[in-house]
Design a protein. Structure first.
Length: 270
Protein backbone atom coordinates (compact mmCIF):
# COMPACT_ATOMS: atom_id res chain seq x y z
CA UNK A 1 0.00 0.00 0.00
CA UNK A 2 1.55 3.32 -1.09
CA UNK A 3 1.75 6.25 1.27
CA UNK A 4 -0.24 9.44 0.76
CA UNK A 5 1.89 12.32 -0.57
CA UNK A 6 3.14 14.86 1.91
CA UNK A 7 1.01 17.99 2.24
CA UNK A 8 2.50 20.94 0.29
CA UNK A 9 2.47 23.99 2.59
CA UNK A 10 4.06 27.39 2.17
CA UNK A 11 4.77 27.72 5.89
CA UNK A 12 4.19 26.12 9.28
CA UNK A 13 3.87 27.97 12.59
CA UNK A 14 4.71 26.27 15.89
CA UNK A 15 4.63 27.62 19.43
CA UNK A 16 4.96 26.51 23.04
CA UNK A 17 7.11 23.41 22.65
CA UNK A 18 8.74 23.96 26.06
CA UNK A 19 11.93 22.01 25.44
CA UNK A 20 13.55 21.22 28.77
CA UNK A 21 10.37 19.95 30.46
CA UNK A 22 8.99 16.45 30.96
CA UNK A 23 5.67 17.47 29.42
CA UNK A 24 7.28 18.49 26.11
CA UNK A 25 6.14 16.19 23.31
CA UNK A 26 9.03 16.78 20.93
CA UNK A 27 8.72 13.20 19.65
CA UNK A 28 5.14 13.87 18.50
CA UNK A 29 6.27 17.11 16.83
CA UNK A 30 9.10 15.36 14.99
CA UNK A 31 6.68 12.73 13.69
CA UNK A 32 4.34 15.50 12.53
CA UNK A 33 7.08 17.40 10.69
CA UNK A 34 8.13 14.19 8.90
CA UNK A 35 4.71 14.12 7.26
CA UNK A 36 4.59 17.76 6.15
CA UNK A 37 6.35 19.53 3.28
CA UNK A 38 6.87 23.29 3.58
CA UNK A 39 9.26 26.08 2.60
CA UNK A 40 9.27 28.20 5.77
CA UNK A 41 9.03 27.43 9.48
CA UNK A 42 8.15 29.97 12.17
CA UNK A 43 8.76 29.20 15.84
CA UNK A 44 6.36 31.47 17.75
CA UNK A 45 7.90 31.55 21.22
CA UNK A 46 8.33 29.36 24.29
CA UNK A 47 10.36 26.89 22.26
CA UNK A 48 12.94 26.46 25.04
CA UNK A 49 11.56 26.75 28.58
CA UNK A 50 14.01 29.06 30.32
CA UNK A 51 11.77 29.29 33.41
CA UNK A 52 11.92 25.54 33.93
CA UNK A 53 15.66 25.41 33.32
CA UNK A 54 16.15 27.80 36.24
CA UNK A 55 14.17 25.46 38.56
CA UNK A 56 15.73 22.21 37.35
CA UNK A 57 15.21 20.93 33.86
CA UNK A 58 14.62 17.68 32.02
CA UNK A 59 16.24 17.08 28.64
CA UNK A 60 15.40 14.09 26.43
CA UNK A 61 17.16 12.99 23.26
CA UNK A 62 14.01 14.01 21.34
CA UNK A 63 14.62 17.60 22.46
CA UNK A 64 18.10 17.50 20.95
CA UNK A 65 16.76 15.83 17.81
CA UNK A 66 14.26 18.66 17.33
CA UNK A 67 16.97 21.33 17.56
CA UNK A 68 19.09 19.35 15.10
CA UNK A 69 16.09 19.18 12.75
CA UNK A 70 15.63 22.96 12.92
CA UNK A 71 19.31 23.55 12.10
CA UNK A 72 19.00 21.13 9.19
CA UNK A 73 15.92 22.99 7.92
CA UNK A 74 17.82 26.30 8.10
CA UNK A 75 20.17 25.13 5.35
CA UNK A 76 17.45 25.30 2.69
CA UNK A 77 14.33 26.77 4.32
CA UNK A 78 13.56 30.07 5.97
CA UNK A 79 13.61 29.58 9.76
CA UNK A 80 12.30 32.36 12.01
CA UNK A 81 12.27 32.32 15.83
CA UNK A 82 9.95 34.72 17.69
CA UNK A 83 10.90 35.11 21.36
CA UNK A 84 8.32 34.32 24.05
CA UNK A 85 8.13 34.80 27.81
CA UNK A 86 9.65 31.41 28.68
CA UNK A 87 12.54 32.05 26.28
CA UNK A 88 12.71 35.77 27.03
CA UNK A 89 16.49 35.47 27.49
CA UNK A 90 16.63 35.90 23.71
CA UNK A 91 15.17 39.39 24.07
CA UNK A 92 18.33 40.50 25.85
CA UNK A 93 20.14 40.01 22.54
CA UNK A 94 17.45 41.91 20.61
CA UNK A 95 17.89 45.21 22.46
CA UNK A 96 19.99 46.58 19.61
CA UNK A 97 17.82 45.20 16.80
CA UNK A 98 16.84 41.91 15.27
CA UNK A 99 19.26 38.98 15.45
CA UNK A 100 20.46 36.34 13.02
CA UNK A 101 22.15 33.24 14.47
CA UNK A 102 23.55 31.23 11.60
CA UNK A 103 20.61 30.94 9.25
CA UNK A 104 17.96 31.35 11.98
CA UNK A 105 16.31 34.79 12.15
CA UNK A 106 15.27 35.91 15.65
CA UNK A 107 12.71 38.65 16.35
CA UNK A 108 10.58 39.94 19.20
CA UNK A 109 7.71 40.09 16.71
CA UNK A 110 7.34 40.65 12.96
CA UNK A 111 4.84 41.09 10.14
CA UNK A 112 4.40 38.08 7.87
CA UNK A 113 3.14 38.23 4.28
CA UNK A 114 0.86 35.37 3.19
CA UNK A 115 0.76 33.67 -0.20
CA UNK A 116 -2.02 36.08 -1.20
CA UNK A 117 -0.24 39.21 0.02
CA UNK A 118 -2.06 39.73 3.33
CA UNK A 119 -0.22 40.98 6.41
CA UNK A 120 -0.24 39.04 9.69
CA UNK A 121 1.39 39.92 12.99
CA UNK A 122 3.64 37.15 14.33
CA UNK A 123 3.93 37.45 18.10
CA UNK A 124 4.15 34.99 20.96
CA UNK A 125 1.44 36.98 22.73
CA UNK A 126 2.79 37.44 26.26
CA UNK A 127 3.06 41.19 25.67
CA UNK A 128 -0.76 41.23 25.53
CA UNK A 129 -1.18 39.24 28.75
CA UNK A 130 -1.41 41.64 31.71
CA UNK A 131 -0.45 39.01 34.29
CA UNK A 132 2.67 37.87 32.44
CA UNK A 133 3.71 41.40 31.53
CA UNK A 134 3.22 43.16 34.86
CA UNK A 135 3.05 40.42 37.50
CA UNK A 136 5.73 37.91 36.58
CA UNK A 137 5.88 36.32 40.06
CA UNK A 138 2.17 35.47 39.84
CA UNK A 139 2.73 34.12 36.33
CA UNK A 140 5.56 31.88 37.56
CA UNK A 141 3.38 30.50 40.39
CA UNK A 142 0.61 29.84 37.89
CA UNK A 143 3.12 28.07 35.68
CA UNK A 144 4.10 25.76 38.55
CA UNK A 145 0.43 24.87 39.12
CA UNK A 146 -0.04 24.26 35.40
CA UNK A 147 3.05 22.05 35.39
CA UNK A 148 1.47 19.92 38.16
CA UNK A 149 -1.63 19.44 36.02
CA UNK A 150 0.56 18.39 33.08
CA UNK A 151 2.30 15.83 35.31
CA UNK A 152 -1.10 14.34 36.15
CA UNK A 153 -1.91 14.40 32.45
CA UNK A 154 1.27 12.43 31.69
CA UNK A 155 0.40 9.67 34.16
CA UNK A 156 -3.18 9.62 32.91
CA UNK A 157 -2.04 9.04 29.33
CA UNK A 158 0.41 6.35 30.45
CA UNK A 159 -2.63 4.41 31.71
CA UNK A 160 -4.51 5.10 28.46
CA UNK A 161 -1.64 3.72 26.37
CA UNK A 162 -1.50 0.53 28.43
CA UNK A 163 -5.25 0.13 28.00
CA UNK A 164 -4.93 0.44 24.23
CA UNK A 165 -6.25 4.00 23.88
CA UNK A 166 -4.65 6.92 22.07
CA UNK A 167 -3.44 10.25 23.48
CA UNK A 168 -6.06 12.52 25.07
CA UNK A 169 -5.38 15.80 26.86
CA UNK A 170 -6.80 15.72 30.37
CA UNK A 171 -5.27 19.12 31.12
CA UNK A 172 -6.91 20.67 28.04
CA UNK A 173 -10.26 19.19 29.08
CA UNK A 174 -9.94 20.65 32.59
CA UNK A 175 -8.89 24.05 31.26
CA UNK A 176 -11.86 24.18 28.88
CA UNK A 177 -14.21 23.43 31.78
CA UNK A 178 -12.87 26.16 34.08
CA UNK A 179 -14.89 29.33 33.53
CA UNK A 180 -12.08 31.72 34.53
CA UNK A 181 -9.68 30.08 32.06
CA UNK A 182 -12.22 30.37 29.23
CA UNK A 183 -12.79 34.02 30.13
CA UNK A 184 -9.04 34.70 30.14
CA UNK A 185 -8.59 33.12 26.71
CA UNK A 186 -11.46 35.17 25.27
CA UNK A 187 -10.06 38.40 26.69
CA UNK A 188 -6.58 37.61 25.38
CA UNK A 189 -7.93 36.99 21.88
CA UNK A 190 -9.82 40.30 21.88
CA UNK A 191 -6.76 42.27 23.05
CA UNK A 192 -4.52 40.76 20.35
CA UNK A 193 -7.16 41.32 17.64
CA UNK A 194 -7.60 44.94 18.73
CA UNK A 195 -3.84 45.47 18.42
CA UNK A 196 -3.95 44.18 14.85
CA UNK A 197 -6.85 46.47 14.00
CA UNK A 198 -4.83 49.43 15.26
CA UNK A 199 -1.93 48.45 13.02
CA UNK A 200 -4.25 47.88 10.04
CA UNK A 201 -3.16 44.27 9.69
CA UNK A 202 -5.24 41.41 8.33
CA UNK A 203 -4.56 38.91 11.09
CA UNK A 204 -2.28 37.47 13.75
CA UNK A 205 -0.48 34.19 14.41
CA UNK A 206 0.36 33.76 18.09
CA UNK A 207 0.71 31.23 20.91
CA UNK A 208 1.14 31.67 24.67
CA UNK A 209 -2.27 30.48 25.92
CA UNK A 210 -1.97 26.88 24.66
CA UNK A 211 -5.33 27.04 22.89
CA UNK A 212 -5.31 26.45 19.12
CA UNK A 213 -7.67 28.63 17.10
CA UNK A 214 -8.51 29.59 13.53
CA UNK A 215 -11.29 32.15 13.53
CA UNK A 216 -12.26 35.76 12.86
CA UNK A 217 -12.71 38.36 15.57
CA UNK A 218 -14.63 41.05 13.71
CA UNK A 219 -12.42 41.58 10.63
CA UNK A 220 -9.20 40.20 12.12
CA UNK A 221 -8.12 36.64 11.34
CA UNK A 222 -7.01 35.22 14.68
CA UNK A 223 -4.73 32.17 14.61
CA UNK A 224 -3.23 30.47 17.64
CA UNK A 225 -0.72 27.64 17.17
CA UNK A 226 -1.70 25.77 20.34
CA UNK A 227 1.17 23.90 21.98
CA UNK A 228 3.25 20.73 22.21
CA UNK A 229 2.74 19.87 25.86
CA UNK A 230 -0.95 18.96 25.73
CA UNK A 231 -2.98 19.63 22.56
CA UNK A 232 -0.12 19.01 20.06
CA UNK A 233 -1.18 21.35 17.27
CA UNK A 234 0.40 23.73 14.79
CA UNK A 235 -0.79 26.15 12.11
CA UNK A 236 0.03 25.65 8.42
CA UNK A 237 -0.56 27.95 5.45
CA UNK A 238 -1.11 26.38 2.04
CA UNK A 239 -0.21 27.93 -1.30
CA UNK A 240 -3.70 29.40 -1.68
CA UNK A 241 -3.22 31.48 1.44
CA UNK A 242 -5.56 29.31 3.51
CA UNK A 243 -4.61 28.47 7.09
CA UNK A 244 -5.19 25.11 8.76
CA UNK A 245 -4.85 23.70 12.27
CA UNK A 246 -2.77 20.53 12.05
CA UNK A 247 -3.46 18.23 14.99
CA UNK A 248 -1.02 15.42 15.75
CA UNK A 249 -3.62 12.79 16.66
CA UNK A 250 -5.69 13.40 13.51
CA UNK A 251 -2.59 13.52 11.31
CA UNK A 252 -1.49 10.13 12.58
CA UNK A 253 -4.90 8.74 11.60
CA UNK A 254 -4.60 10.21 8.08
CA UNK A 255 -1.05 9.11 7.32
CA UNK A 256 0.14 5.51 7.65
CA UNK A 257 2.66 5.16 10.47
CA UNK A 258 6.30 5.09 9.43
CA UNK A 259 7.89 1.72 10.03
CA UNK A 260 10.47 1.34 12.78
CA UNK A 261 13.19 0.96 10.14
CA UNK A 262 12.17 4.20 8.43
CA UNK A 263 12.13 6.03 11.76
CA UNK A 264 15.64 4.78 12.54
CA UNK A 265 16.88 5.82 9.11
CA UNK A 266 15.48 9.35 9.45
CA UNK A 267 16.94 9.74 12.94
CA UNK A 268 20.36 8.67 11.58
CA UNK A 269 20.11 11.36 8.90
CA UNK A 270 19.18 13.97 11.54
Amino acid sequence: MSKKPKAPYKAVFISDIHLGTRSCKAEFLLKTLKRLAFDEIYLIGDIIDGWKIQRGWYWHQHHTNFLRKILKYSKNKRVVYIAGNHDEFLRNFLSHGDLNVGNVEIYDEMVYTTATGKSYLLTHGDNYDIVTRYHKQIAVLGDIGYESLLTLNRHFNWLRRHMGFGYWSLSKFVKNKVKSAVSFITQFEIVVATECQGRQLDGVVCGHIHSAANKYIENIHYLNCGDWVESCTLIAEDWNGEFHIIEYSKLMESFPALTELEDMAEEALG
